[in-house]
Design a protein around this ligand. Sequence first.
Ligand SMILES: NC(=O)C1=CN([C@@H]2O[C@H](COP(=O)(O)OP(=O)(O)OC[C@H]3O[C@@H](n4cnc5c(N)ncnc54)[C@H](OP(=O)(O)O)[C@@H]3O)[C@@H](O)[C@H]2O)[C@@H](O)CC1
Ligand SMILES: Nc1ncnc2c1ncn2[C@@H]1O[C@H](COP(=O)(O)OP(=O)(O)O)[C@@H](O)[C@H]1O
Ligand SMILES: [K+]
Length: 503
Amino acid sequence: MKIFSTQQIAVIDQFTIEQEPISDLDLMERASLQMTNWVVQNISNEKKLMFFAGPGNNGGDALAVARLLADLDYQCEMFVLDFGKGLKGAPAQNLIRLKEQRKVLVQMIASEDDLPVIEKEHVVLDGLFGSGLNRMLDGLPATIVERVNASGAKVVAIDIPSGLMGEDNSTNDRSRIVKAEHTLTLQFPKLSFFFPEHEALLGKVEVLPIGLHPQVIEETETPYCLLEPDLLEQKLICRSKFSHKGTFGHALLIAGSYGKMGASVLAANACLRSGVGLLTAHLPHSGYPIMQTALPEAMCSIDPSDLMFTEFPPLDHFSAIGIGPALGVKPNSRRALKQLLEAKPGKIVLDADALNILSMHPEWLKLLPVEAILTPHPKEFERLVGESSNSYTRLQRQRDFAREYQVYVVLKGAHTSIATPDGMVYFNNTGNPGMATAGSGDVLTGIILGLLAQAYEPLDAALLGVWIHGVAGDLAAERSGYHALIASDVIQSLGKAFLSLRK
Ligand SMILES: NC(=O)C1=CN([C@@H]2O[C@H](COP(=O)(O)OP(=O)(O)OC[C@H]3O[C@@H](n4cnc5c(N)ncnc54)[C@H](OP(=O)(O)O)[C@@H]3O)[C@@H](O)[C@H]2O)[C@@H](O)CC1
Ligand SMILES: Nc1ncnc2c1ncn2[C@@H]1O[C@H](COP(=O)(O)OP(=O)(O)O)[C@@H](O)[C@H]1O
Ligand SMILES: [K+]
């Protein structure tokens, strides 16, 4: 699914009105019907609903939803923000319709004195501002937001919590943004919905389709998109009847150091469970019995050091390399990583300490092979590029980095984002907080390595790997819940996760 900017949404909206064709009033009605259905299914009609409507179409939606719900015997009160200019177009027509219906008390809010008391038991429907917000809230709208947030009432935001920008909120003031428990967003999630600092403002997001025109959706270009099973299904490579283990590549995993050999075992296991033909794990000497005991399917290459990575085996036989989990950043390991990059290793995924070493030696970044995959968590990414004060800035840095070095940057989190060398960003929607546990990143490295070593292009390995990792985590959470989930459970669910892509 494409993620459009709010400006693009306005154009898509207008195209739909002209080409479907449908009047703006009817499109508003269609959107409002969807939101009304959601309210009916989720909120009891014993609750008093307090609607706040702003001057634009977001307010128009609120006015229409109030009328539709009043017809279904909901108790609604409407407060319309009055800047003295009156409403225009579809919102004005909806104000007239609501007044003519005579079921809802409508009050204009021209100053703080007109504001109602909002009780904790009320439900607020926030239709102050949506995708047309063009500056931070101040004055009366900001006061309304503060009152709503202080009331303790459950808030349902129409399209976007009022005050939140669809994209960049780096100069916004959080106290002037509605804190919703639910956000009913129309047709497309907005970019800012994918940023962790907005979770508490958005609550649970419901994306409600409103039938915007497919042609304009198809033709409008955007760098941002949300991963969906349809796209990934197409990417899965079928196995022919006569395929053999040589068909599915030979992966080299370089991971683990004394005391942290588990990272290597987890990544190796995930790699094997992702369909690789052969796997060699390169380990310090002390890791050899551990790997052979834990995973008889893995072959081992033994480092001269007992404790850490200092030397890599000849690379000729390997179709892809994964390096980094629990490697350590000791000088010998750093030197060996530099030599590996100088050897032009081809398909490669770099994680954890491999990235930390690169942060210590930024001059080595230029050695990264084109289309290398880097899988930092936010802290590792910060070490690479410096601190970002918010997620929007971090996202732009992620895109810049991927373009500058012509690599894939997989920035891990609740919505892992994958930035590509050509400036695209894909967001992932699978996975859960149970995966915030030691070793789940090592599992991701193993999956991506396994896919890379097969015939998957780096882009497909990154997208599929991230998505499957999250699905496996979700399946694991169904069995163990969030608290008890450990990284090995994610590996156990990889089989079912891959199967979920096969219809
Ligand atoms: N997606 C779709 O296809 C559909 C979308 N629909 C709905 O339309 C919504 C978008 O509507 P919209 O474009 O009219 O903008 P909206 O958010 O109501 O606000 C604009 C108004 O606010 C004002 N204003 C802005 N910032 C301000 C500030 N800080 N402080 C004070 N004022 C401020 C600005 O006036 P300005 O002062 O800038 O001249 C203008 O008057 C969308 O979120 C969804 O709910 C559906 O109806 C149907 C299909
Ligand atoms: N709240 C969450 N929702 C979805 N996925 C998550 C969540 N928390 C963590 N994850 C996933 O778990 C993995 C954690 O990786 P990382 O931080 O590198 O862990 P480790 O270093 O312990 O292996 C990432 O792939 C991340 O996307
Ligand atoms: K809103």
